[in-house]
Design a protein around this ligand. Structure first.
Ligand SMILES: NC(=O)c1ccc[n+]([C@@H]2O[C@H](COP(=O)([O-])OP(=O)(O)OC[C@H]3O[C@@H](n4cnc5c(N)ncnc54)[C@H](OP(=O)(O)O)[C@@H]3O)[C@@H](O)[C@H]2O)c1
Length: 239
């Protein structure tokens, strides 16, 4: 007898950590619904992956986007709230609208995603909601005020929802990676070191997601911190 396919929603599934998690989840028998602004052709043609194009920072349109996703895929039983972007500078170098845009994407869109999907998971009396935090959720640092504010916020959100949702059979977790070799650094003036022990790979984080999802029912992995063996920041791309 075939067991029904489990369905995982991943935001930011088009690149980096989200894409690697989508690939690993597909290999492990999950069906994946991905959200990002743009998916390339190979992803759009990947069997088992349903690509939904949408901008999560457009909070005015988010409700409509999420209602469409949950109506089309009512069987979603796990959510990886992962989409994000890093902008690093002293706080006074950001204008008010840039501050709002960053917090909209890196914090508020995750809160609204959780608000939409948690009641659906609770009704099923099972499911998982995993947030992509960061080492920046654990410790503040120079030029990190805005990014850390959002990621610290995500950690508080995850810890609180973990308490709220446990009685309904829903597990809430947080993953805090150190520097991962992805496009995240494309527009930044620093990146992790090139040697294999100086960065994480997106596949490392994907394995942590699977560990949380595959935990024995009744056991919750609250938080996973991962970092490269050596913390090396390469500033050679600075102009
Ligand atoms: N890389 C690191 O060192 C690192 C470390 C710790 C935590 N993280 C966190 O991990 C998460 C993923 O980062 P990554 O390293 O995989 O970065 P990435 O390779 O740049 O991927 C970011 C993903 O988020 C999506 N995204 C960005 N803005 C979006 C928007 N407005 N609406 C919808 N989707 C959007 C991107 O797709 P589109 O551009 O197509 O929309 C892409 O799929 C982020 O939350 C980041 O803060 C990263």
């Amino acid at each position: 007898m075939n067991t029904p396919q489990r369905t995982l929603l991943i935001t930011g599934a088009s690149r980096g950590i989200g894409r690697a998690t989508a690939m690993l989840a597909l290999n492990n028998g999950w069906r994946v619904v991905g959200i990002a602004r743009r998916f390339d052709q190979p992803l759009r043609q990947t069997p088992g992956l349903h690509a939904v194009e949408g901008d999560l920072s457009r909070l005015d349109q988010l409700d409509t986007l999420l209602k469409g996703v949950s109506k089309t895929f009512p069987e979603i039983e796990a959510v990886l709230s992962n989409a994000g972007q890093g902008r690093f500078a002293k706080l006074e170098q950001f204008g008010a609208s840039e501050i709002r845009d960053q917090i909209d994407l890196n914090l508020t869109s995750h809160i609204l995603l959780a608000r939409h999907f948690l009641p659906l998971l609770k009704r099923r009396r099972q499911g998982s909601l995993i947030f992509m935090g960061s080492e920046a959720a654990l410790r503040g640092g120079q030029k990190g005020a805005l990014y850390c504010a959002a990621k610290f916020g995500l950690r508080g959100l995850a810890q609180s929802l973990r308490e709220e949702a446990a009685g309904n059979g829903v597990r809430v977790g947080l993953i805090n990676p150190g520097m991962v070799k992805t496009d995240f650094f494309e527009d930044l003036d620093f990146r992790p070191g090139d040697a294999p022990h100086q960065h994480l790979l997106p596949e490392d984080i994907a394995r942590a997601v699977m560990l949380m999802l595959d935990a024995r029912p009744g056991a919750t992995i609250d938080e996973i911190n991962l970092s490269p063996q050596s913390r090396v920041i390469d500033f050679s791309s600075r102009g």
